[in-house]
Design a protein around this ligand. Structure first.
Ligand code: NIG
Ligand code: FE
Length: 413
């Protein structure tokens, strides 16, 4: 599609003329126009405005599409996923229903190690095919930009295989994609008693190849009791930064053990999860440019307390929302559900949730120049809703699909 003029949009949300990361109270301001038009050109947003100001020559010269009754918003920016995996884990889902905890399942060789076993058995082509299908699914649900992690390989070959799959997704897909190296997801069994041995493998065998082949944009560590200590996290972040990989970390999911301070000191782009936060953790997130990425569907799936979103906003934090799409703690990449759940359970206002899942999500992937708002020059990544009464109807009416069409890079998906 070279150019398109969408007219009579009931409400055009997320219109911005400049970029800024939204913190604290700013999150509640979702700019938009009623009865609007949107002009797209060569896969990018050219301009927008109110129908009454639509230049007559535009209307005459460009193919039009009438969106009467429909609303339009920027496509979701999902800044934390693990969507490359070999197999689902519903057997553990049943164990959890019967009473085992996430940590207990992990301790008996389930969880991440279970996924790693299956991933190392799968071929690169198979993995690509599975991941491609998941990517297609989430794009139909409105996701236009996404971060994808490794971390189910836990061997040199397995981690590189995952990262090559992500690179191929980047090459073939019109979504904006960022890759994160999460070799430090858990200790493989053979290194259970030899943490230093695995860290050496990460730093000396994996990182140099990843950097040489430009296979990752970020580095991640699961900083958690029974996984990686804050000191180990710091060592791994430092090694990553020697190769130009900034951290985006898993911290404070199950316990508050110091990951936030380590992450902020290491210049993390985002600190993610944050289910378990004490008052000093909240204060630190309020005073840093590091983004607090909240993953409500993971908290929900694991029956954990939801992230303290209101307290973080009150402290002045910049929050983003993401799906955490993975087979163990969030087997869904549906950002509509994430937005809805954050409103229902974490008391975000719909405007705050939409901002956190669009422009702040874009910032959490350093893609704010490219996606996350309706701004001239950004990619034509948009969600066109079915006819709805107000934007709040999307999170309110949580079980239904309110999307009519999704466009990514100027093409309808
Ligand atoms: O973000 N917590 C660590 N990693 C993933 C879950 C991984 C898994 O269980 O497979 C998460 O929740
Ligand atoms: Fe995760």
């Amino acid at each position: 599609m070279a150019s398109l003029l969408i007219t009579n949009i009931k409400f055009l949300a997320g219109t911005r003329r400049e970029n800024s990361l939204l913190r604290g109270k700013e999150l509640a301001d979702l700019p938009g126009l009623e009865d609007a038009y949107l002009h797209l050109e060569d896969g990018l947003i050219a301009d927008f405005g109110e129908m009454k100001d639509l230049p007559a020559k535009l209307l005459k010269s460009i193919p039009g599409m009438n969106a009467s009754g429909q609303m339009l918003l920027p496509a979701w920016c999902d800044s934390h996923t693990h969507l490359v995996y070999a197999a689902s884990r519903e057997e553990e889902f049943i164990d959890k229903i019967k009473g085992l905890s996430y940590a207990e399942i992990a301790a008996k060789g389930g969880g991440i190690l279970n996924s790693a076993r299956k991933l190392n058995e799968a071929s690169e082509d198979q993995l690509f095919q599975f991941a491609w299908e998941r990517l297609q699914e989430v794009s139909r649900l409105g996701t236009g930009a996404i971060e994808i992690k490794s971390g189910y390989g836990l061997t040199v070959e397995g981690e590189l295989k995952m990262l090559r799959v992500i690179r191929k997704l980047k090459q073939r897909s019109s979504l904006s994609i960022k890759a994160t190296f999460l070799g430090a997801h858990t200790y493989p069994l053979e290194f259970k008693e030899d943490h230093q041995g695995y860290i050496d493998l990460l730093i000396n065998e994996m990182l140099p190849v990843i950097a040489k082949d430009k296979l990752a944009d970020y580095i991640d560590v699961f900083c958690e009791q029974g996984f990686f200590t804050p000191e180990e996290t710091e060592t791994i972040c430092r090694a990553g930064s020697r190769y130009g990989l900034k951290p985006k970390l898993h911290v404070n999911q199950l316990n508050s053990i110091g990951g936030i301070k380590v992450g902020i000191d290491a210049g993390a782009v985002s600190l993610d999860h944050l289910e378990t936060m004490n008052s000093s953790d909240i204060k630190m997130m309020g005073n840093t440019s590091t983004i607090a990425t909240l993953l409500p569907t993971a908290a929900w799936f694991l029956r954990m307390p939801f992230q303290p979103a209101r307290q973080l906003i009150d402290a002045g934090a910049a929050i983003a929302l993401a799906s955490d799409f993975n087979p163990g703690s969030s087997p869904s990449g549906n950002m509509n559900l994430v937005v809805s759940m954050s409103c229902i359970q974490m008391k975000l206002l719909p405007a705050e949730a939409i901002n956190a899942a669009t422009i702040n999500g874009a910032y959490a992937m350093e893609l704010e120049q490219e996606v996350g708002s309706i701004m001239p020059g950004k990619k034509a990544n948009i969600i066109l809703t079915k006819p709805i009464s107000t934007l709040a109807y999307i999170p309110y009416s949580f079980g239904s699909n309110h999307i009519d069409k999704v466009m990514i890079g100027g093409e309808w998906v």
